[in-house]
Design a protein around this ligand. Sequence first.
Ligand SMILES: *Cc1c(COP(=O)(O)O)cnc(C)c1O
Length: 427
Amino acid sequence: MKFGELTLDHARELDKKDELSAFRDKFVVADHNMVYLDGNSLGRLPRDTAVRIRQVVEKEWGEKLIRGWNEGWIDASVRIREKLSRIIGATPDEVIITDATSVNLFKLAFAALKYKASKKNIVSDELNFPSDLYILQGVIDALGNNHKLMLAQSEDGIGMRTDRITELIDDDTALVALTHTCFKSSFVYDMTNITRATHDHNALVLWDLSHSVGAIPVHLHECGADLAVGCTYKYLNGGPGSPAFIFVRKDLQQKLMQPIWGWLGSDDPFSFKLDYEPARNITRYQVGTPPVISMLSIEPGLDLHLEAGIDRLRKKSIMQTEYLIWLFDQWLAPLGFELGSPREAENRGSHISIQHPEAFRICRALIEAEPPDLQVIPDFRTPDNMRLGVAPIYTSYKDLFMAMGRIREVVEKRIYKKYSKERSSVT
Ligand SMILES: *Cc1c(COP(=O)(O)O)cnc(C)c1O
């Protein structure tokens, strides 16, 4: 894509033409000397969330106490999952908001392997988020080490050809577990064809939507997907550690048994029966009491996404990642950077990765800058990746222009050399 002139005025023009630009004001932007490009790891705080949380703490918890459950909290969880189901192409009775993504992945992978008990292979790939692979390894261990985890290999570390995955799927495949948008490169998998290939061999597919939900339209039904998980604190702006979601296609809900049998997954929690009977719907994938405060904190961000519309957000995200790549080619490629993301927009999610041998120190220089220098917050992914996350609901073209200019400056003037290579715990 071509973008005209390489000037700040031009970036401002693009913002003026942006039909979603008004949504930025719905978020807290506390520091105007900082460009935030990590909304794919932790989304910004919606203004309404701050109000909502204050209300739930002071008025609902503080004054209603236990009555809160019947006076809104239960209804809210049903309402929120209905909203979430709309942006992933599911029906409300197929979605539940609960636990962390990793925990949900464990529950569903375990359930799938038990259900396909005669089959012994799990197919995933080497680009998957490590936690997802650890979880699969842990499931194999928990089930007695009789399964084999097969990982498709990427040719370039960025993308994954669909046939590299489908050639590993055969009649001994129980489960195919993949992340829809790759956390490092932003590559987007072909959900339709991989799902079809999985079903051709009577296996189940489990999609991790963490890096897709809120940024890319997902059509679980249309693709025929069986199972999915994903998180709500990235593009959906649910807040740090806000609960994740589980999707189980309706016809599978009663066939699968998840491994953690808690009272809130049972048929009738308040009967206090001594023997577990699983609920006969999506509720069986719940375990214990939901985290009400952080569950409620998901809703304002979801509302904003529904109002903006996922298709319009996707369109803007594509324009903005194209814009980033356009700036990259002119400013950063000449300085020794490599693009670590697909160039074709349809194969790319909402962040781009750029690679440089000094990526870690460049990130530090960007993040630790003091005024009057512009502060930029991307994130670093070992060994040499910087991720620049576009959250189309609040990222502006001006943000992108300023951030890329600052990255260029940090490298051109070797500002990063003042920073050490010492790592902190969250990068
Ligand atoms: C962010 C992310 C997770 C996060 O898992 P948690 O259990 O919330 O820590 C899992 N999988 C993928 C692919 C992610 O991008």
